[in-house]
Design a protein around this ligand. Structure first.
Ligand code: 1GP
Length: 255
């Protein structure tokens, strides 16, 4: 049963919004993680994304087991490659890097990880992953050896997302990359929103309430925030409030 996927699709049909906190095992410390977890529970964070394009530390397993021990918030793996799989998580973004033309990240890593994932019990979330240029080269663009979609080419992003949906992908993830100078523009999010029916995840460089609002109002269903919270933990509560207000509004439109 695709519980998480169904939930995200359901949110989309109800025009409700969700919030994921990205935990990069390379950036988090096991000493400060409990504070972040407590705050996330208090603020009803919807998901934890765990991962990064390059994980050099060895604490991913410990991070996930701490999350599982201290919260009921679902853990979704956000892998950089087929090595980043951990069965303690609930689901994995099975990312096809459709903005790029590197076959290894379109299908190669998937073939390697398929038998492992099949046995893992993880829920598989088939995701069209699109890197958007953010003003400087990001780790993920370097590691994946792909060129991101130019920041101002909303039409290219829309066609790419459309193709992803036609291929049967279930989610679109627009990512400006961790710590991006510029978040994905509202114009691009809106163009993608008009072009596909599947839920849209947006992340990268969302480090203020205004940027979170911009992404949600433009059509993001789920926003992902990592760096912004690492630098200012109060942002977690502030973004939760933005999401809560958006959902109250969606509810009032229904009645
Ligand atoms: C990066 O979308 C995520 O892949 C989150 O980015 O760390 O900039 O919030 P930030």
């Amino acid at each position: 049963m695709k519980v998480i996927l169904q939930k995200i699709h359901h949110l989309r049909t109800e025009n409700r919004k969700a919030f994921a906190v990205l935990i990069d095992p390379d950036k988090v410390s096991l000493d400060t993680l409990p504070t972040l977890l407590k705050l996330s529970v208090e603020n009803n964070v919807d998901y934890f994304f765990v991962g990064g394009s390059l994980i050099t530390s060895h604490i991913m397993g410990e991070v996930i087991s701490m999350i599982k021990a201290q919260t009921n918030i679902p853990v979704i793996l956000f892998p950089g490659n087929s090595v980043h799989i951990d069965n303690q998580a609930d689901a994995i973004l099975f990312l096809s890097l459709i903005s790029g033309r590197n076959p290894d990240f379109l299908i190669g890593q998937h073939v390697i990880s398929a038998p492992i994932l099949k046995k893992s019990g993880l829920e598989i979330l088939p995701t069209g992953y699109m890197l958007i240029d953010s003003g400087r080269q990001t780790t993920v663009s370097y590691i994946s050896n792909t060129t991101p979609i130019p920041h101002d080419k909303a039409g290219v992003a829309a066609c790419t997302a459309m193709a992803g949906e036609m291929l049967g992908l279930q989610l679109i993830y627009l990512d400006a990359g961790s710590g991006a100078l510029n978040a994905v523009s509202p114009e691009m999010i809106a163009a993608v929103r008009q072009s596909v029916d599947i839920p849209i995840i947006v992340g990268g460089g969302i480090n203020s309430v205004q940027k979170a609002k911009n992404a949600l109002e433009a059509g993001a269903d789920l926003i992902v925030v990592g760096n912004g919270i690492e630098q200012n933990i109060d942002l977690l509560q502030e973004i939760t409030e933005v999401i809560r207000k958006a959902n109250v509004l969606a509810l009032s439109y229904e009645h």
